[in-house]
Design a protein around this ligand. Structure first.
Ligand SMILES: [Zn+2]
Length: 467
């Protein structure tokens, strides 16, 4: 099943077709179902900004330095602050100047240039915190009484012998290494582990001809790339912004990142990977935080069945896509369903609406209803809603208004709340409806005659409104 970029009428009949085919074949699977749910939220190129306003996500950047002498991260100066601002600008450019897909899909929909999602950098906060900085490190393995004495070695077989049965348990971990001391610490990596009576034998990967061993302490690589500790500790679990953490790692120097939550993402070692790669990585991680998965297996039906992951490789028209959510050297495309799913997340989910500007009332973002219309898609809007004289607005899906926003009904206008809720997603209240002759911000005059009307149908109602 494909879909098109033609105006709303066609789209509606298509949605109906999709829905009907779903009922007929309930085994169609989650792809089709998700497509039908997402299609109304796709901001096709010909859609107006009134109908599909920008969704602006409020970002706070955190630079976590290793220590004040050697930050191993951005410094608190104008140059580095500008790099961070440029990075957010780059993300805005990426999400508003998308290109066409390198791999064409059968029934490929028209590409979307502007996802209508933006990022606003509200603050850059510097922290000095060595454990918050270190997202990938080696730690002594729990259990065991480290260090264990090394009793003998076999240089030929690269074996270390521990006459201690308990050592076996401590060593019995993968992804680990030994730091042994002779004249100084030496890092060795475990290749094999055997138990022979009371003796534990560790075979290592490295040559140990020169080693005069004394004892060994067993370390394990610990990965904090995707953990929430910095978000909890440094922001007190703030769920009103997207927190972008710039961190580092004592165990590796390549750039890496993770975005496990709508509220935070981690970008490690930005300063060691170069600006271009760091910008690409950040745009990709932001895609995750907005709800997108990787493209090696398609999350949506308008993505290639297979997309080979190859870091930094040029994209092509057969095996490696240019999708932002793939691993490729292009990363400048998002599919309509990818974009629609993001737009839907920030139009329907309160916890996501809360991190956008849709919660911050702005009279400059007023929506004017100048012709009668139906709103068949959930939305979150930032300003007042004005229904002009004699016009009807039928709201058929939940509407979220900003804190303190109002709905104005001019003379003879009509508001219909059809089986849905007009509410506030921000933990506050909207201001309610105002009947007026003609909307004027400074002086609202109530009409004596021909008042506007509000009609509630079925379960339609107002919630979280100032009485
Ligand atoms: Zn990823």
């Amino acid at each position: 099943m494909g879909f098109h970029t033609q105006p709303i009428m066609k789209l509606k009949s298509l949605i109906q077709t999709l829905l009907i085919s779903l009922f007929l074949a309930s085994s169609t699977g989650s792809f089709a179902q998700r497509s039908a749910d997402i299609i109304p939220f796709i901001p096709f190129n010909n859609e107006s900004h009134q109908n599909f306003p920008l969704i602006t996500i409020k970002v706070i950047a955190h630079v976590v330095q290793r220590n004040s002498t050697y930050p191993e991260n951005f410094k608190n100066n104008d140059t580095d602050r500008k790099i961070i601002r440029d990075l957010i600008n780059h993300c805005n450019r990426t999400y508003s100047q998308l290109t066409v897909p390198s791999i064409k899909i059968a029934s490929n929909p028209k590409s979307i240039v502007d996802s209508r999602i933006r990022f606003r950098l509200d603050d850059i906060i510097f922290h000095v915190d060595s454990s918050g900085w270190d997202r990938n490190k080696f730690m002594i393995v729990n259990g065991g009484k480290w260090p264990y004495a090394i009793d003998s070695i076999s240089k030929e077989n690269k074996e270390l012998f521990f006459f201690n049965l308990n050592a076996y348990r401590g060593f019995n971990q993968s992804d680990s290494l030994i730091v042994s001391t002779t004249n100084g610490p030496v890092v060795l990596h475990k290749k094999d582990l055997q138990k022979s009576g009371k003796t534990t034998v560790v075979t290592v990967k490295e040559a140990i001809d020169e080693l005069e061993p004394i004892n060994a302490t067993y370390f394990r690589r610990v990965d904090y790339n995707c953990t929430s500790d910095n978000w909890k500790k440094l922001t007190d679990s703030d769920d009103r912004h997207l927190h972008l953490f710039f961190t580092g790692a004592s165990s590796k120097r390549i750039q890496f990142g993770c975005a496990p939550s709508p509220y935070f993402l981690n970008v490690s070692n930005y300063v060691y990977g170069g600006q271009w790669a760091g910008n690409q990585l950040t745009a990709h991680e932001i895609g995750h935080t907005l709800g997108l998965g990787h493209t090696n297996y398609p999350q949506f039906k308008d993505l290639p069945r297979k997309d080979k992951f190859c870091s930094g490789c040029p994209c092509n028209d057969t095996t490696i896509s240019n999708n932002i959510m793939g691993y490729n050297g292009c990363r400048n495309y998002l599919s309509p369903l990818q974009i629609g799913s993001m737009y839907k997340n920030y139009s329907t989910k309160e916890k996501r609406i809360r991190i956008t500007t849709a919660c911050d009332y702005d009279p400059d973002q007023t929506s004017f209803i100048t012709s009668s219309q139906k709103w068949n898609r959930e939305r979150a809007i930032q300003g007042d809603l004005i229904i002009k004289k004699k016009q009807t607005l039928e709201i058929n899906q939940n509407l979220y208004l900003a804190n303190g926003a109002s709905i104005y009904l001019e003379k003879k206008s009509k508001l219909i709340i059809n089986n849905c809720i007009v509410s506030n997603a921000c933990g506050s209240e909207w201001k309610g409806t105002v009947l007026c002759r003609k909307f004027k911000r400074k002086r609202i005059r109530s009409p004596r005659f021909n008042k506007g009307t509000i009609e509630f149908i079925a379960e339609g109602r107002f919630e979280k409104v100032i009485e």
